[in-house]
Design a protein. Sequence first.
Length: 618
Amino acid sequence: MCGIVGYIGTRDATAFLLEGLKRLEYRGYDSAGIAVANAEGLSVRKVAGRIGGLSRLMEEQPVSGSVGIAHTRWATHGAPNEVNAHPHTDCDGTLALIHNGIIENADVLRAKLQELGHTFRSETDTEVMAHLIEEAFEGNLEQAVAAALTQVDGTYGLAVLSSLDAGKIVVARKGSPLVLGIAEDGDRQTLVASDVAAILGHTRKVVYLEDGELAVLRPDGYATLDMNAWDPASPPRPIEKEVSHISWDLERIEKGGFAHFMLKEIHEQPTTVEDAMRGRILEEEGTARLGGLRQIADALDRTDRIVLSACGTSWHAALVAEYMLEEHARIPVEVEYASEFRYRNPVIDEDTLFVAISQSGETADTLAAIREARRRGATTMGIVNVVGSTIARETDGGVYTHSGPEIGVASTKAFTGQLTVLALFTLMLARQRGMSILQGREMVAALRALPDQIRSVLEQEDAIREVAEAYADTRNALYLGRGPNFPVALEGALKLKEISYIHAEGYPAAEMKHGPIALIDRNMPVIVIAPTDSVYSKVLSNVEEVRTRGGRLIGVTSEDNRELESRVDHLITVPHTVEMLQPILTVVPLQLLAYHIAVKRGCDVDQPRNLAKSVTVE
């Protein structure tokens, strides 16, 4: 979602800020802006549209200074235009503010501030905070920010500059991520961003802010203060923060010769699946070792029910895991949309394991669901990709997927990484709950084979591109699957919708005749996921139902199965594996199919319209 970058140091800030914004382009945005402070005061530049437009504006109207903040906005309150773009300023233009999140009581605060004489220029909720800070300002910026935030309901990650209290940036967090970049030896600079990708080229030393924390950034360092215990009558309480070290390289967020980040990330999946397993498989014992779950080992032993909660692609991974866990670990599993979970009255107790799945580890709805589950007594567990993310810090135990940065908005390698970790988790629980060592070793062997099997699917890319070109002009598509491949049908349809803007639906194959069959004709392709598993014969019947109605069929099946070839218009094969792991293979050709259809249609694959990478608002 929205991106934040800030710099204070001894160099000119503008080059760093523009570079940082470009590193955050993948998150999705519709406008961009910069505010820079120098001896003459504050200068603000902002545009509707892409960062390239902001760069051109900066060339036409250059500004310089050693302190600055910059932002990419994904519109929530107000249209995506220059006026609503961040940074926002106070009445006198002495203060500039950028903000991720939503201020839920913005309308009430706006009315109050207008009565006090403040003039608003935008439709945004963010501008309210600029005027709140202006109203509270008495010479010290951090005190004014803290005082203003006591009146705010909602979520925020924000950064503020003031020409009346120069030489600092004040940042604060509640529900929206912020990370500080700490100077390497010999440097005099402090950085801030909403994503470590924006600052990785300048430092590997970072500090993650927690909810309720405020930080004051200066060229020679930072101070972190506790807003939860803020008392204007006494000095704020400082907080000692642990400095983390980022291990992955900047090259991992470059395209590496691929036309798009999404295609690069599809091709990275043999490596990322391998990375998700690295050091976690015990071959002789036929099980998995997940070190991040040691602290909840007792809770896992007494768990009699698992609730999996997620959004979007991660929700589809959770649906696959439901099949895995119930089949092999023999434990009841429910899958919940995180966005709906806390608006129900769910039955949760201390013997419930609540598992949150999120690529970013910052998804607002999933965080809210975790907090509600904990409030009701559940043990919480996270499966996330981003090290140090909020979900990773707030859950009782968890497992990283180690997929590396995923830049493309449409998730690919994160999905297969999540499925791999969920398979390891299933294997561990299943062995604890009665799976034989021989079955465990069979599962381990199948897991070990996955990277090479994914490579063999990727080798079919040219053939899949030809299939894609035949269907690039379609307006609707139907995806069908059974068992653990039903969620794959949902994921395949989601990928097509996200990046090609073609309407697509995923259905359990047997449900097709309860409605969708009415839509089938020559103009609606049907993609059938039909590996030779326990329900293959049933899916074959559904294929015949489509054929008799003149539908065009794309089949995804096991590589040793030629029976389907005469029944479909196009056939894509994947290697055979155990049924639990089949979705990790069957999803790959659907990712490639969606990608090449989108490219053929001329769509912006990495930054599809209206979408954001990390959804940090509800």
